[in-house]
Design a protein around this ligand. Structure first.
Ligand code: HEC
Ligand code: HEC
Ligand code: HEC
Ligand code: HEC
Ligand code: HEC
Ligand code: HEC
Ligand code: HEC
Length: 396
């Protein structure tokens, strides 16, 4: 197996460099061990919060990272669907499944070289897409081929150059801080490595803190109706509520303190450099920055992410979101009520929180540059969007 490695990596350097963790749409533990990890961190809460837990297990948060398995990997390994050709003659990628494991091979047939790595971890629930990681020398690296859900196809990983076989991009901790519950860094012979006792998926303790004392107390006081020794973000100030989500939803920020040390309720600015003062935050990954710019947020004292989102269950229907707006607004007072008519509820979100293209994610295919759209959290008036919706008569 030959290596077409163009760039040398200096892991120690690369792994601590915070800025590289762009979410450009971007495990060698056995599967049994992976499942044990999942069970261990999820079960203590499930025992008493079963309904809530079962709903949460269906969310994008919970599914945002996983060991590679037939369920978690969304891309197809079937013949005819498992090759990604590039614009460079002779250079292609092949995705294969062998004995329950999954592999990516980058091949350069002109030079008769190829490199194969196993798909160990999956990042991304698959709503829009997934990227894949492999273990090497205690570090995680990104694989060159990702999956895009919209077209149901393999693509060059976001930010990668078409026709280059690049297996050398190390995964920085910040990437995992946003897409998992925990990863520990350990010093191994003067080099930093990831320890193998990690927790994939975003689980309860990411937003509620360590639950050990709560579990212990509630177990030994089964008659106690109130929950004790557990953080409930509902009691935070608005700024700390936002911080709890901003850890992962306020765009690219430089790390001031070590990753995985932030605890719910703390001031996030002590951990990450102030949010970027880019004139317009990107719709990808910066919902906090955009919401802050909206009049709704600025003119109300209490609006936070939880005003509209219940993170414990999947929420995809748009109409129920419109009812959240109506806690503060009235359709009868809408300046365009007559013109909008019956579409008032069904198009409410599309008119005032339109889907907009992200500038942060670049996907290169042999034939074109692709981009992805996200729901803008700059709630506001978008006259052209509204005009188009009214003209087309489309419902959504
Ligand atoms: C032995 C049973 C038990 C276990 C295990 C348990 N809880 Fe609870 N929890 C309760 C009870 C009882 C309440 C109070 C009633 C309610 O809010 O459902 C509660 C309340 C809560 C509250 C609200 C607290 C408040 O201030 O309003 C949160 C948050 C919470 N639990 C999170 C968790 C998390 C996270 C886990 C897993 C680490 C967990 N619980 C495990 C029994 C348990
Ligand atoms: C992404 C962050 C996040 C995750 C993950 C999360 N929660 Fe919550 N949880 C919250 C927030 C925020 C609130 C407060 C909501 C509010 O303001 O009403 C909350 C409130 C609660 C409450 C109080 C009762 C209620 O429904 O308002 C319980 C109980 C609870 N969570 C349990 C859990 C359990 C168990 C898990 C894992 C299965 C979990 N949470 C995962 C953010 C989270
Ligand atoms: C540890 C990082 C992290 C925290 C903390 C976090 N999120 Fe997320 N959130 C993510 C990631 C990553 C995704 C994308 C998951 C995926 O599709 O793979 C996401 C997705 C979402 C989505 C889209 C869900 C869907 O169905 O596609 C919503 C809504 C959301 N987050 C709201 C919140 C709110 C509200 C909070 C705070 C209470 C919060 N998040 C806290 C990382 C986080
Ligand atoms: C600052 C937090 C953050 C970092 C760092 C980050 N992401 Fe994300 N990522 C998100 C959020 C939030 C979403 C979904 C919501 C959005 O795009 O606004 C997301 C979405 C994704 C998705 C699409 C999931 C889906 O199914 O829709 C993939 C794949 C992904 N990220 C991979 C990565 C990889 C790989 C890295 C590191 C190399 C990374 N991300 C770094 C926060 C982050
Ligand atoms: C917590 C209360 C609250 C919620 C929830 C809320 N808003 Fe607002 N919104 C306000 C306030 C307050 C203003 C400012 C009103 C004013 O200045 O007269 C406002 C202003 C607006 C404006 C005018 C914006 C501008 O730039 O002039 C629009 C449009 C709007 N809201 C739409 C929505 C939509 C759509 C939703 C639901 C997705 C929503 N709002 C949810 C409180 C809220
Ligand atoms: C006024 C209501 C409202 C508030 C407040 C709000 N959201 Fe949303 N959010 C929505 C709606 C509506 C959607 C679209 C739902 C969908 O398509 O899945 C959405 C979608 C999202 C998504 C998925 C975006 C995408 O296009 O994939 C994320 C992530 C998210 N919200 C995070 C947040 C965070 C973090 C906060 C707090 C800073 C927040 N939201 C505050 C209404 C709101
Ligand atoms: C077809 C698109 C469309 C739909 C659907 C729609 N709006 Fe609007 N809305 C607009 C436009 C355009 C304006 C600006 C009108 C103007 O200034 O004359 C506006 C203005 C507003 C304002 C500012 C009012 C003011 O007095 O300045 C609010 C608040 C608002 N909308 C809330 C909502 C809510 C809440 C919903 C859904 C329940 C909704 N809108 C549905 C297009 C829409």
């Amino acid at each position: 197996m030959n290596t077409a490695q163009r760039r040398r990596v200096h892991p120690k350097h690369a792994i601590t460099r915070a800025g590289a963790a762009v979410c450009l749409l971007a495990a060698a533990v056995t599967r049994a061990f992976g499942q044990w990890v999942l069970a261990a961190h999820a079960m203590p809460c499930k025992a008493c919060h079963e309904a809530l837990f079962n709903a949460f297990a269906q969310t994008a948060h919970f599914k945002t990272s996983a060991e590679a398995s037939a369920q978690s990997v969304k891309g197809s390994f079937a013949d005819g669907h498992n090759v990604l050709r590039t614009g460079v003659a002779g250079i292609y990628f092949k995705m294969e499944r062998r004995r329950g494991a999954f592999y990516q091979t980058g091949a350069d047939s002109a030079r008769s070289t190829s490199r194969t790595e196993r798909i160990d971890l999956v990042v991304g629930s698959g709503r829009r897409g997934q990227s894949y990681l492999y273990w090497k020398n205690g570090l995680l690296f990104e694989l060159p081929v990702s999956y895009l859900a919209g077209i149901d196809q393999w693509i060059n990983s976001p930010g990668y150059t078409d026709g280059e076989i690049d297996f050398a991009r190390v995964i920085v901790p910040r990437c995992l801080e946003c897409h998992s519950t925990s990863f520990k860094l350990k010093q191994e012979r003067r080099a930093l490595q990831y320890s193998r006792d990690y927790e994939l998926g975003i689980s309860c303790e990411k937003c509620h803190g360590d639950g050990h004392q709560h579990v212990q107390y509630q177990s030994s006081h089964p008659a106690e109706p109130r929950g004790k020794y557990i953080i409930n973000p509902a009691h935070f100030s608005r700024e700390r509520k936002l911080d709890n989500c901003a850890l992962c939803h306020s765009g690219l920020r430089e790390q001031i303190r070590a990753p995985f040390t932030y605890r719910p309720g703390e001031k996030l600015d002590d951990y990450l450099s102030p949010a970027s003062d880019a004139p317009i935050p990107d719709v990808h990954g910066d919902q906090v920055g955009l919401l802050r710019r909206s009049k709704c947020f600025r003119s109300s004292a209490t609006m936070s992410c939880s005003t509209c989102h219940d993170v414990h269950r999947p929420q995809r229907d748009l109409a129920p979101f419109a009812s959240k707006c109506l806690a503060c607004h009235q359709t009868s007072q809408h300046p365009m009520a007559a013109k909008i008519g019956a579409r008032m509820i069904t198009s409410c979100i599309d008119c005032h929180m339109p889907n907009q293209r992200s500038n942060a994610i670049q996907i290169t295919t042999p034939t074109r540059q692709s981009s992805l759209s996200f729901r803008s959290h700059a709630i506001g008036i978008y006259p052209e969007v509204a005009a188009t919706i009214l003209q087309s008569g489309r419902e959504r």
